[in-house]
Ligand binder design. Structure first.
Ligand code: AMP
Ligand code: MG
Length: 356
């Protein structure tokens, strides 16, 4: 067990002395969790293979699932990537700093472990003062996956990070809750047309406006387990975002049908003596009978829904709920990212409410 140092830092005006403590740890090959606008990241020096290995171990992350490399300066992209196509430059111009990760051919500078032996590299520039200051002070690109134990819901507060990683990492920079709450969108620019491998904080609708043609990879929108022979984004094949409870996702076009189905299932599980939770929305939460009912926010405000998603999943664990019945949300805007996380968290246990 290590002693994990926790220092509070202002998300709007981070004190440089605090950032320097963290940067020194990164430079010495240590592990520092820090806030970004999406979720908390677990940062290490991306160019130090030993540090990257230690990060995989601390998170218990399968070694075939590479992290995203975070930069504070666009010029670093030209060091980390072999080629930077025009589309990448357009996207960087339009969305950086922000929740968009680009996949490019990697350069020789990037160690094998950092990219899990792939020929490509994932890069993004976060829109968060603490993250940017930390990268600048560390004077190196920072490899950072989400700062949770592999498979668990991503952390949106420093408390979540500590719950999973206290004693396993050197430091947490506590900059308060994150703004967006779901991870970045991952887009592959090594194929034509560019392909979204993971929906996230930058919506498909916004990307289409800049690129004209963008595809959604089948796994990004799958509502069944897709058999992947060759995964371009290895992360997609692992179980993800899962609370300890069994999660069942109920999807449907008509809200009333979804509510009816969830109540029917809740009654069944409660009769079996299982502690049952419902993950609802403001429009529906009042109508359920269950042991615990939580609302993600209004269905009309998917930003709030995204922001609260992982927090609610973790709260169900605190409440020792055994089954969670979750309402699906519309598959547009941030809803695409939310549904991708919920579908994975359910292990694709999905009930279609419209089909009976
Ligand atoms: P996380 O940092 O936990 O949000 O996970 C990073 C995500 O980026 C995972 O889904 C990875 O599979 C994906 N990723 C990282 N590097 C690459 C790459 N070179 N090609 C495709 N996907 C990648
Ligand atoms: Mg993750």
């Amino acid at each position: 067990m290590k002693k994990t140092l926790v220092l509070k830092v202002s998300p709007v005006r981070p004190k440089i002395e605090v950032i320097r403590v963290a940067a020194r740890i990164i430079q010495n090959g240590g592990l520092v969790a820090f806030p970004t606008e999406t979720v908390y990241g677990l940062g290490v020096d991306a160019l130090n293979p030993k540090a990257v290995k230690a990060m995989f171990k601390a998170k218990k992350r399968p070694p075939d699932n590479p992290p995203i490399i975070h930069v504070a300066d666009k010029n670093d992209v030209y060091m980390l990537a072999k080629k930077v196509p025009k589309e990448a430059e357009k996207l960087m111009e339009a969305f950086w700093p922000g929740p968009l990760t680009v996949i490019l051919e990697r350069s020789k500078l990037v160690p094998d472990v950092t990219v899990a032996g792939l020929s490509t590299v994932a890069i993004r520039m976060p829109r968060h003062k603490v993250a940017l200051a930390l990268i600048r002070e560390s004077k190196t690109p920072i490899a950072a996956p989400s700062a949770n134990l592999a498979g668990r819901p991503s952390p949106t507060t420093a408390e979540h990070v500590l719950k999973d990683l206290n004693g396993r990492i050197d430091m947490v920079l506590d900059g308060g809750p994150t703004r967006i709450g779901v991870e970045s969108t991952v887009i592959d620019l090594t194929v034509k047309p560019p392909q979204i491998l993971r929906p996230g904080g930058t919506t498909y609708e916004k990307l289409v406006k800049v690129l004209k043609k963008v595809e959604l990879h089948p796994v990004a929108v799958a509502d069944k387990k897709v058999k992947i022979l060759w995964a371009r984004s290895p992360g997609v094949k692992h179980r993800h975002y899962a609370p300890r409870a069994k999660l069942i996702l109920v999807e449907g076009q008509r809200k009333e049908k979804v509510v009816e189905k969830i109540q029917e299932l809740a009654d069944k599980f409660m009769r079996e003596g299982k502690k049952t939770g419902v993950l609802a929305t403001d429009e529906t939460a009042g109508g359920y009978r269950a042991d615990v009912v939580k609302s993600l926010g209004s269905r009309r405000n998917l930003r709030t829904v995204a922001k609260r998603l992982f927090l609610c999943l973790r709260e169900f664990d605190e409440d020792k709920v055994e089954v969670i019945l979750a309402e699906g949300v519309p598959l547009k805007g941030l809803g695409l990212a939310v549904m991708n996380r919920l579908r994975k968290a359910s292990g694709y246990t999905i009930v279609k409410a419209d089909e009976d």
